[in-house]
Design a protein around this ligand. Structure first.
Ligand code: TRP
Length: 450
């Protein structure tokens, strides 16, 4: 049984070496495990809380997306998307906002720190504090609960937010679950083996301390420059160095095999000069980053490739979030009126001049392959098919599906289901949707549709 692991990255800066070693590299590593179903996303709505400069938000989004891809994220394996491409997230955020106690949010560290700072400076406690900052943890909760993530790897500063997510999920389950939990309670994952890199001045590497080492920007030269600025003590070449207190050694360890780290440490104890140590450190890090840097620049030069990848990721994510939000709307009482009570017709209905029916819409992708979508009578997408090389094959599958379905065409694993036909997967959707897909297919009659 696979575990759904989800994490988000706020898009308000350019990734540095500390982000790479502390978050990007370990997350990508985890996503390659066979039992992990990884959801990684760009928390771009969150960036609006911190940043009101549109140009910065825009450049950070693309830089962060390119960084993850260059660092080896496999978009076939990972569901990789932008938060702002999933409209179900802000919708869920509102539902959750309505069950979240204001008192719970009053206790959030980030908000409290802002209030404390104001109080210290003798200004109005809420001065400059937006509702975005105040309810930030609710949006983060929506990110997590939308996909029923079981595990959420984050930094220590985010532990409280995951606890809040659990509180909010519990309350929603209690109010609306009718005995069946709608939301899984997420668990926080803190990996103690992950390196927290020291910055140039020895404090934790962080944009807010202005002590970072760039990851890709400025190329090898900027990397070398930054490393040469790492503060050391004034011991001369030949004098033994205290390796365990040296930042160079901490950084070296985060990139080297254990034997090489030991050798580096021994060299320092035996008097290797700081200059030589920095050169070795640069070579080590550069060896790991060089191929990624090339990838990064190639990707940045082709923004439409990144766009396509993220759009496909959003499609994949929405196969889960769309039916799930329907279920949640239903649970809170935001229900469709029955057909007979509906006064106005939807566009799809009036287009056909009659009652709308479920339909397939087929299309050709940029890569020349063919897919189709199944829409229900309300125009909601139920699934997107896997690609077909031959349009005739896709047509044949659609026609056959329209003739009615068989039980053994539906397979289910955990909360996902697939429609199988002639030994291959035709489409995937949430298990909650099996009934809806089946009933749509059963309502279709074999007429040609777009
Ligand atoms: N708040 C997180 C941070 O600043 C980013 C984030 C947003 C996130 N939504 C999330 C992390 C959901 C994990 C899960 O680091």
């Amino acid at each position: 049984m696979s575990t759904r692991v989800l994490t988000g990255i706020t898009t308000s800066g350019t990734p540095h070496l500390g982000n790479y070693a502390g978050a990007i590299r370990p997350s990508i590593q985890a996503s390659t495990q066979p039992d992990v179903d990884a959801f990684f996303f760009l928390a771009d709505y969150h960036s609006l809380v911190k940043c009101d400069d549109p140009a910065r938000v825009a450049s950070s989004r693309i830089e962060i997306a390119a960084t993850w891809l260059a660092a080896g994220l496999d978009p076939e394996r990972v569901t990789f998307y932008r938060q702002s491409d999933i409209p179900e997230i802000p919708e869920l955020c509102w539902m959750l906002t309505c069950v979240t106690g204001k008192g719970l949010m009053n206790r959030a560290h980030a908000y409290k720190a802002a209030v404390d700072q104001n109080t210290e400076h003798n200004i109005e406690p809420d001065d400059g504090i937006t509702m975005g900052l105040f309810s930030y943890p609710v949006l983060m909760t929506a990110d997590i609960l939308m996909f029923n993530a079981q595990r959420v790897p984050v930094g220590r500063d985010q532990i409280q937010h995951i606890e809040m997510a659990r509180d909010i999920a519990q309350r929603f389950n209690y109010l609306y679950g009718q005995g069946n939990d709608l939301f899984v309670l997420p668990e926080v994952v803190i990996d103690d083996n992950v390196a927290t890199l020291p910055g140039l001045d020895g404090r934790k590497m962080s944009k807010s301390y202005d002590n970072t080492i760039p990851l890709f920007h400025g190329g090898a030269k900027a990397l070398n420059n930054a490393i040469s600025r790492i503060v050391t003590d004034s011991r001369l070449p030949g004098e033994p160095k205290n390796a365990d207190e040296s930042r160079l050694y901490s950084l070296y360890r985060a990139f080297a095999e254990p034997e090489d780290s030991t050798a580096f440490r021994d060299d320092l104890l035996q008097g290797m000069g700081w200059g030589d140590a920095k050169q070795k450190l640069f070579e080590l890090i550069n060896k790991e980053l060089e191929p990624m840097r090339e990838q990064y620049h190639a990707l940045i030069a082709r923004p439409d490739t990144i766009e396509d990848i993220l759009q496909a990721g959003a499609d994949k994510a929405r196969r889960y979030s769309r039916p799930f939000i329907e279920q949640l709307r239903e649970a809170v009482g935001l229900r469709q009126f029955t057909q007979s009570q509906t006064a106005t017709k939807t566009d799809a209905e009036s287009d056909k001049g009659g009652r709308a029916r479920p339909r397939f819409v087929s299309f050709r992708e940029a890569d020349g392959r063919f897919r189709f979508r199944l829409f229900d009578q309300h125009d909601s997408e139920l699934f997107l098919s896997e690609p077909f090389d031959d349009p005739k094959h896709a047509g044949y599958v659609m026609r056959t599906l329209q003739q009615g379905t068989h039980d053994d065409w539906f397979v289910q694993e955990n909360d996902m289901a697939a429609l199988m036909f002639e030994g291959r997967v035709i489409g995937r959707f949430s298990a909650a949707q099996v009934q809806a897909v089946r009933s749509c297919l059963d309502q279709m009659t074999p007429t040609a549709d777009s």
